[in-house]
Design a protein around this ligand. Structure first.
Ligand SMILES: Cc1ncc(COP(=O)(O)O)c(C=O)c1O
Length: 356
């Protein structure tokens, strides 16, 4: 019997700082890469009626064949490829790490989405991070050497990458897919805002998995992640999926929204236009270096990033500070592209803070 109950928790879990979400009530919330637009009233009313009719006394539909069929069509999943669904893509990352991490562990390029390291730790598998180049491009020699040395069960590449916002060179990604001894999980969370995807290349690579989420497209609240791959791998991953992980309300809302996907893709189009305007505005501010983005956020660097972050917060604008999280992100901040009004509020607060 341990001395204290919490001593029973694995040391590597006790060493973690859990994922926390800052308080944002009443603030201009530009920290979480959400779509800032709500759905049209008519569509919300229709969703309300569908939810009203849902059989909540029953377990959810399993295997959610109808939802998967709709997703395959809308996401243009190539013929013959199969899907496994997750309670957000976070859950799919966990499933892949649990099922395929094994002794080789998980390898990713850094800086990237912090949850990869954390989820590998939850799954009890080791994690290796390989640094990107200073310009956030893939360091292919270093990455291939690490793959050869570590023989990871899973390589995770984010396309486009969070928090840097860039798409890696597709040819280099293909070299990684070909060199990897195990699974390559290509996380396309920001696909709605990106100029390229690996979905159509999936049939060529038996070890490749392409992951999408409905979160960034405007449905973060329903928690639906989608993993596409070859049937043999998807079938094995399905074994570690908890039964009924996609609840009835999510299935009902997702199916209806997939019939109206144009509403969300039009919103994504507006966000892309706003991204160009925001990037241009940031680049016009002396002392700010803003990086190009294929996602719905922009990474920028400015001296005294912590002071700037606090100054924005005091002025009611919440973004994300990445300073201190990785050596390549010194003095970096990340802002989600919001509505024109939100972006204007951010830019004005930023100028005031820099002038203070
Ligand atoms: C690269 C990346 N992958 C996955 C996720 C998680 O998304 P979901 O809401 O589908 O769990 C995020 C969220 O920010 C992300 O940035």
């Amino acid at each position: 019997m341990p001395k204290k109950p919490e001593d029973a928790i694995r040391p590597e879990i006790r060493a973690l700082n859990g994922y926390t979400v800052p308080h944002s009530d009443g603030m201009v919330k530009l920290d979480a890469m959400e779509n800032p637009y709500v759905l049209p009233a008519e569509l919300r009313a229709r969703l309300g009626r569908l939810v009203e009719q849902a059989a909540l006394n029953r377990y959810p539909d399993l295997p959610a064949a109808a939802l998967k069929g709709d997703l395959k069509r809308v996401l243009q999943v190539p013929d013959g490829m199969e899907l496994v669904l997750g309670n957000g893509s976070d859950e799919l990352i966990q499933m892949v790490c649990m099922a395929a991490g094994g002794q080789g562990g998980v390898l990713s390029v850094e800086p990237t989405f912090v949850m990869f390291r954390m989820i590998a730790t939850f799954a009890g598998t080791r994690y290796v991070g390989v640094d990107l180049r200073d310009d956030f491009s893939l360091d292919i020699e270093r990455t291939l050497a690490a793959i050869e040395r570590e023989r990871p069960g899973v390589v995770i590449i984010t396309y486009p990458n969070n928090p840097t916002g860039n798409l890696f060179d597709a040819g280099l990604v293909e070299r990684i897919v070909e060199a990897a001894p195990g699974i390559v999980l290509l996380d396309e969370a920001y696909h709605a805002f990106a100029s390229d995807s690996f979905m159509s290349r999936l049939p060529r690579h038996p070890n490749l998995l392409v992951m999408r989420t409905l979160s960034k497209l405007g449905l973060a609240g329903i928690r639906l992640g989608v993993l596409a791959g070859h049937a043999a791998v998807i079938q094995e991953l399905g074994k570690v999926r908890l039964p009924y992980n996609i609840n009835t309300l999510t299935q009902v809302v997702a199916r209806e929204m997939l019939q109206h996907i144009n509403v969300l893709t039009e919103q994504a189009g507006t966000i892309k236009l706003e991204r160009s305007r925001l990037l241009e505005a940031l680049r016009g501010i002396p002392g700010v270096t803003a990086y190009p983005s294929d996602a719905n956020f922009i990474l920028f660097r400015t001296s005294q990033a912590e002071r700037v972050f606090d100054g924005l917060k005091q002025r009611g604008v919440l973004i994300r500070s990445l300073h201190g999280s990785h050596r390549l992100l010194a003095d970096c901040l990340r802002v989600t592209v919001g509505t024109p009004d939100e972006n204007a509020a951010f830019l004005s607060a930023l100028k005031q803070t820099l002038a203070a």
